[in-house]
Design a protein around this ligand. Sequence first.
Ligand code: BG6
Length: 466
Amino acid sequence: MFYSNLKPFPENFLWGASTSAYQAEGASTMDGKGLSVQDLHHPVAIADFSVASDHYHRFREDVELMKRMGLKAYRFSISWSRVFPQGKGEMNPLGLAFYDELIDALTEGGITPVVTLYHFDLPLVLHEKGGWSNPETIDAFAAYARAMFERYGDRVKYWLTINEQNVMINHPNAMYPGQVPSQKELYQQNHNMFLASALAINLCHELVEGGKIGPAPNIICVYPKTCAPADVIASDNWEAIRCWLYLDMAVYGRYNATAWAYLEEKGLAPTIGKHDMELLADAKPDFLGMNYYASATVSAAKNDGHDRQPRNGDQQTMVGEEGVFRSEENDMLETTDFGWKIDSIGLRTTLRRVYDRYHLPILITENGLGSVDTLDEDGHVHDNARIEYLERHFHQARLAINDGVDLIGYCPWSFIDLVSTHQGYGKRYGFVYVNREEKDLKDLARIPKDSYYWYQQLIAENGMNI
Ligand code: BG6
């Protein structure tokens, strides 16, 4: 649909930016922090998480940069093992104090904190006891969530439960050191994470006055390669298994029918406890967080032995699965230097589909361009490709608002450069350059990139020229 006049972005739109604890903070064993699974499994050739972007020590400088940029919201995650070094039980006062200071600095600066409880970094102790396969982890998560709501709920009103649960299930190498579990076990873990999220949602409503909470899956739109009906069914299959499985459960508390049929057919259906479905139906999110980077294109599975479920590798790369779908190239789209499809119109399509299905406010919790950014001789980082990427995506978000989508904010990934999940500092996303290389820490200086000034201007205009 074309519009002759575009509505503006809403007043109080949450122009934000995102990071996660383990990718930005560093200080991974400092001040009483326990290890998380992330501290163990990173490829040796790239930066580890011991220093990362040193946000733990430089958060005040970082918040100053956010203020200068005019940021309205900052989405970050709490490191579970920093506040509960053993995953449960005794809390770490220094870890708690860190988040107190960060939250105070943000709120005093007029920046709305948006807090993710769990972003890929399960405490190692819990992992060693079976991780999400062990129902005790559900209780540990609920106890952790309760403690966070009690401690920070006076100042933090926007909460996210679990970051990209669907990525952790479809690409389990994002969370696992060593061998990944069987698919059957992964879907049991998935069910357990649903239960943990439901408990957290209910606790937030009980403990945080005016608190709002939602999930933060990685959502895409899936295109059929052709208009052949079998390709359309295949794209429905993958969209259901990859996306609706997670959002249907979060919003309606039920398994998506197509996804459930798939789980049964493949022998992957989880065991469901007697009262599980009641709890899942009872917990209602207030909004939906959504990470969006790329779309996907698929055709009907050929069942010739070449389609297989991707259980490792990059989170936007799929292969296919026998009887379900086969991944296809989309020649209509450009590709980033790291092989991800650039599809800004796909963002509009995804927002429309999600809003049509769930009718809940949506917060874009991640979106951005990973690229090889370099500090020029003139002392600046000219990241024009990122500006162009975001310009196109923001424009499509505005069109989605005109389509009727209740979009409440947009938090690009990432505020500062940080350690990419598997490509270190060779793949940067930040508005602010962090002066370090994979192994050479240099001075970790913060240098606003060209995109920082571009976003500053856009926020000041409330996006009216986009
Ligand atoms: C999302 C994650 O999958 O994408 C982030 O929530 C991640 O943690 C981001 O960093 C970009 O992915 P990558 O692999 O390029 O770092």
